[in-house]
Design a protein around this ligand. Sequence first.
Ligand code: ADP
Ligand code: MG
Length: 252
Amino acid sequence: MKKIAIYGKGGIGKSTTTSNLSAALALKGYKVMQIGCDPKSDSTKNLMGGKIIPSVLDKIKEKGDDITLSDVVYEGFGGVLCVESGGPTPGIGCAGRGIISAFEKLAELNAFETYKPDIVIYDVLGDVVCGGFAMPIRDGYAKEVFIVSSGEMMALYAADNISRAIKNFEKRSYAKVGGLILNSKNIEDEREIVEKACVEIGTDIVMQIPRCADIQTAENAGGTVFEFTKNSEMLAIYNDLADKILARTSEN
Ligand code: ADP
Ligand code: MG
């Protein structure tokens, strides 16, 4: 089982990249589980016909000890197993704590043993890397971390913070930065800016994803480019990304 995490600044394109990556991997024959770790709970919506599934936290609140795996694991496009950790109402409670409770519940319910995914992908908000948001890079949850960034300063700032957090935890866990996914915003000299930042961070660009309107067309229809814009150049791009991620990750 491969276990990877996708981190990056809010709004940078993590969930879009992750759900298209999951779809590409699923169509290649892999059993994928995508776990959204963002209080917005919208990581998997493009695999679920545009709908937000109930989160683990919501179901814990609603059902207590009666919760079962079918309450929180939903099969989406291509058979991708979709999970959302959920989070508290904005302004009340700690969002990171939500991730911890959700992970504990998934372990208690034997989610991995039951579904036996080939790849688990955590899609994690990286503006803050407090205890909860650092969960996927600690305690063996994810082995390789891929950071999504554009050439914008704040996105690169978040990328640097995430890589620092990973290095801090390196002794306690074994997560490593697997590379940076450049999700283009078409700013001037974007690739050069990101390449320079990668040298400082100590990583490299896995792949550059172009800015493409097909992504929004598919999203507006409730899905990934694999489902809704089948003639798009983006299919080859995400297939290539899937191959590169597979090549940079190890079994465990
Ligand atoms: P995050 O999960 O990092 O908060 P999202 O994946 O939700 O960000 O992306 C935010 C918006 O950016 C979405 O509406 C999505 O359609 C758009 N988007 C992401 N990547 C691209 C891209 N390469 N080209 C065009 N639009 C994109
Ligand atoms: Mg997201």
